[in-house]
Design a protein around this ligand. Structure first.
Ligand code: SF4
Length: 344
C-alpha cells in the first residue's frame, strides 16, 4: 500500500487524520508544529509524540521531505535548485534571488505548463503534472537559505491558478499561525489571467496578485498568450477593477518588452486606457532570449522611455532587474524538459 504524505496537509486535514487513527485531537497541532515550524525531516524525530503514536502514524504516512538534487549558482548570487517531484522522473526548478534587504524565492506550482506562452521555456516544455501543496511547501521548507527568506513569489514553473486547490492549500499553510506564519503581504501569486482561479484566489487569500499582461491589444496578446482566446484581458481587468484590494493588498501587472511588438507609443496609450481606474503598478521585464523563438527584447533606451511615459501618466512603473541569466534562472527560463527526456 502506498503511504500518504504528511507535508502539505492543512491543520483541518491533520485533525481528520489523527481522529481516523484514533489518536487525540491535539496530536494534529503537534504534527503541524513539526511539519511547518521545526527543522526535521522524519516522523521519528517528532519527539513529543510517544513512540507508539509515531509507529501508528508511520504505518500509513511518510513525512514527505524532498531534498534538492542539484544547485546552480549565478555570478549575481541567484541560485537555482532542482527538485525531484513525487511523480517518477519529473522535476521542478526553484529560484532563490537575494537582493540587498530582500531575499525572494520563486516557487513552481506545476511540472511544466499547458498554457503555451510564446516567450516561455516552461511553456515549451508542455505539461507533465500538478504539484501537491506538499511539493510547493517543500521548496520553501527545504531551502538552505530558508531563514533569510523575505518574499515568496509563485512565478516559477507552471500557472499557479491552473492548480488552485493545491496552491490555495500551500498559501494557507504559509500564512496560518499553525503553519509558517508568514505575512500574506510577502507573498505574490502570478497568473496569466485564469478567471475562475483568480476569483477563488482573490476571495480566499490576502496575498498579492500579479497579472501577466504583455500586450493591451487583443490580437497581439493572443499571439503571445493563447489564454487570451479563453479569458480575454478585458474580462480579467473587469474583475480586478471591481475587487476591493483594501489598503495593503497589491495588484501588479507584468509586462515583458518585445522589440517592435509591444513597445510603441500606441502601447503606452492603450495601457493607460485599459488600466484606468485600477490602483496598480507595472513591472517591465526584459525578455530573456530562449531557443526557438522569433522574439527579441526591447533595448534599454526603449524600456526607460516606456517606464518614464507610464510614470508620467500616473502609473507606478519599474524595470525589473534580470537575475540568474547565466544559469537559466531568469524570468521565463525555467525548464526541466531535457532532464525528463534523458530519464525516459
Ligand atoms: Fe505557463 Fe507562465 Fe510560462 Fe505562460 S509564462 S507558459 S503560464 S509558466
Amino acid at each position: 500500500m502506498n503511504k500518504d504524505i504528511l507535508l502539505g496537509k492543512t491543520l483541518e486535514e491533520l485533525i481528520q487524520i489523527v481522529l481516523d487513527l484514533k489518536l487525540p485531537k491535539f496530536t494534529a497541532k503537534q504534527i503541524a508544529d513539526w511539519l511547518y515550524k521545526k527543522d526535521i525531516t522524519s516522523i521519528d524525530e517528532m519527539s513529543n509524540l510517544s513512540l507508539k503514536t509515531r509507529e501508528i502514524i508511520k504505518e500509513k504516512f511518510i513525512f514527505g521531505n524532498i531534498s534538492s538534487t542539484k544547485v546552480q549558482c549565478s555570478v549575481d548570487g541567484t541560485k537555482k535548485y532542482l527538485y525531484p517531484s513525487n511523480m517518477p522522473n519529473k522535476f521542478i526548478e526553484t529560484a532563490y534571488i537575494p537582493d540587498r534587504d530582500r531575499n525572494t524565492l520563486c516557487v513552481s506550482s506545476q511540472v511544466g505548463c499547458k498554457m503555451g506562452c510564446l516567450f516561455c521555456m516552461t511553456g515549451k516544455q508542455g505539461f507533465q503534472g500538478q504539484l501537491t501543496s506538499g511539493e510547493i511547501i517543500n521548496q520553501i521548507r527545504s531551502l538552505p537559505e530558508r531563514e533569510s527568506l523575505t518574499n515568496i513569489v509563485y512565478m516559477g514553473m507552471g500557472e499557479p491558478l491552473d492548480n488552485v486547490p493545491e496552491v490555495m492549500k500551500s498559501l494557507e499553510i504559509l500564512t496560518s499561525e499553525y503553519g509558517m506564519a508568514m505575512s500574506p503581504r510577502r507573498i505574490t501569486v502570478s497568473t496569466i489571467g485564469i478567471i475562475p482561479g483568480m476569483i477563488e484566489f482573490l476571495n480566499n487569500s490576502e496575498c498579492h496578485l500579479a497579472v501577466s499582461l504583455h500586450s493591451p491589444f487583443d490580437e497581439e496578446r493572443k499571439k503571445l498568450m493563447p489564454v487570451q482566446n479563453v479569458y480575454p484581458i478585458k474580462d480579467v481587468l473587469e474583475i480586478v477593477r471591481n475587487f476591493d484590494f483594501g489598503r495593503q493588498r497589491r495588484v501588479s501587472f507584468e509586462y515583458i518588452m518585445f522589440k517592435g511588438i509591444n513597445d510603441t507609443a500606441d502601447h503606452i496609450k492603450e495601457l493607460c486606457r485599459i488600466l484606468d481606474g485600477i490602483r496598480c503598478r507595472i513591472n517591465l521585464i526584459r525578455f530573456h532570449p530562449i531557443p526557438d523563438t522569433p522574439l527579441d527584447g526591447s533595448d534599454d533606451a526603449t524600456m526607460e522611455y516606456f517606464k518614464d511615459q507610464l510614470t508620467k501618466k500616473g502609473i507606478t512603473t519599474t524595470i525589473r532587474r534580470s537575475r540568474g541569466l547565466d544559469i537559466f534562472a531568469a524570468c521565463g527560463m525555467l525548464s526541466t524538459k531535457e532532464l525528463i527526456k534523458r530519464q525516459n
